[in-house]
Design a binder for this molecule. Structure first.
Ligand SMILES: [Zn+2]
Length: 353
């Protein structure tokens, strides 16, 4: 395993697809099963790439410092990646709104990292941003495969087009940032921290795009992704983990908000999409306590820890919490930020001292 082992990460966790696969309606269960099979094929492809070494990516000819270098491809409902190139950097919008949303979402992600944190793309060195849309047919997921973003169209019954929520795009690309920095192991607590980083920065990208204060933000992940007949608002809620949906077919959002309800499981890589609710909620509590733009102080503290070199690959919640307390002190001194970080972790039951 090298220092930058890519994580294959899907936005819709396996517990949701498992639930759908057991739906009574065969149309729903067939689609869910096909998505699970396609996900597993992609996982295998990732492992092969990891073992064999990723194909060399040619540096972009027209790369400009401080500018994104985006390329959007169309899979035309096939599964071969990346598919046909349909929009490159600086090209005019095309007729396909999905292509344009993916292009805009990659740009929004690039911009937050550059403007707020001085980071030049995912790897910090101007890495080109590639995405493929219309992956497979009725594909109920989106993922980062270590090299690029891939979006399904959704089946239209449970999930809509996965390019709709900009925080989903930000979530997936942040897996790339984590891969190139702390490289948190995708299992158990470090895996839940990895997931939480993606939710935190995914939400911040949405807030930055909408120029929202912490109080104005919805703190939802995937708002607009659930089809109208689903009873729910999003995939996850950072403000109130466990309340994003409660639906006949999808079941109830299982995320805990505090350590009292920590879930021990072998499924979902040891509950990475479940227990991420705890650090997610700590971040929300901090941002809400500080007020203002959440990417400025709360986000800066989290970013400092993610990229600072002290966060180990196997970090537990308490390790991460302790580092955020130290980072708040280093950057902002003995003021309200430091106190607010301590309080946020104590409210979710994580030891930070
Ligand atoms: Zn993820």
């Amino acid at each position: 395993m090298n220092a930058h082992t890519p994580v294959f990460c899907t936005i819709v966790p396996p517990h949701v697809l498992d639930k759908l696969a057991s739906a009574e309606d065969p149309a729903l269960s067939d689609i869910a099963r096909r998505t699970l099979i396609a996900d597993s094929a992609q996982r295998t492809a990732r492992r092969l790439t990891t073992v064999l070494g990723a194909p060399a990516v040619a540096p972009p000819a027209e790369a400009v410092e401080g500018q994104p270098h985006r390329t959007i491809h169309d899979c035309r409902h096939g599964t071969a990646l990346p598919g046909r190139k349909v929009r490159g950097e600086g090209d005019k919008p095309v007729k396909d709104a999905t292509v344009n949303r993916a292009y805009a979402g990659l740009g929004a992600t690039f911009e937050l990292y550059l403007k707020a944190y001085g980071r030049n793309s995912i790897d910090g060195s101007g890495m080109p941003l590639d995405a493929s849309v219309h992956f497979d047919a009725d594909y109920n997921n989106a993922f980062w495969n270590g090299e690029q973003m891939v979006f399904g169209d959704g089946d239209g019954r449970i999930f809509l087009d996965f390019t709709i929520p900009v925080d989903v795009i930000g979530h997936e690309l942040t897996h790339g940032v984590t891969q190139h920095t702390a490289n948190l192991t995708y299992y158990g607590q470090p895996g839940a921290l990895n997931e939480s980083m993606s939710d935190v920065f995914g939400s911040l990208i949405k807030q930055y795009t909408l120029d929202q204060d912490a109080h104005q933000a919805d703190w939802l992940i995937g708002q607009g992704l659930l089809a109208p007949e689903v009873t729910g608002t999003a995939l996850r809620s950072m403000k109130a983990p466990g309340t994003a949906y409660d639906d006949d077919v999808l079941g109830k959002d299982p995320q805990p908000a505090t350590m009292d309800h920590y879930i021990t499981t072998g499924r979902d890589n040891g509950g990475v999409h479940l227990n991420s609710g705890i650090p997610n909620h700590a971040f929300y509590l901090l941002a809400e306590a500080l007020g203002g733009k959440a990417w400025e102080r709360a986000g800066q503290i989290w970013y400092d820890v993610l990229t600072g070199g002290e966060l180990g690959k196997q970090a537990l919640f308490a390790d991460f919490a302790r580092l955020t307390v130290a980072a708040a002190h280093t950057r902002f001194g003995d003021g309200e930020e430091h106190q607010a970080v301590l309080k946020a972790w104590s409210q979710v039951g994580v030891q930070s001292g």
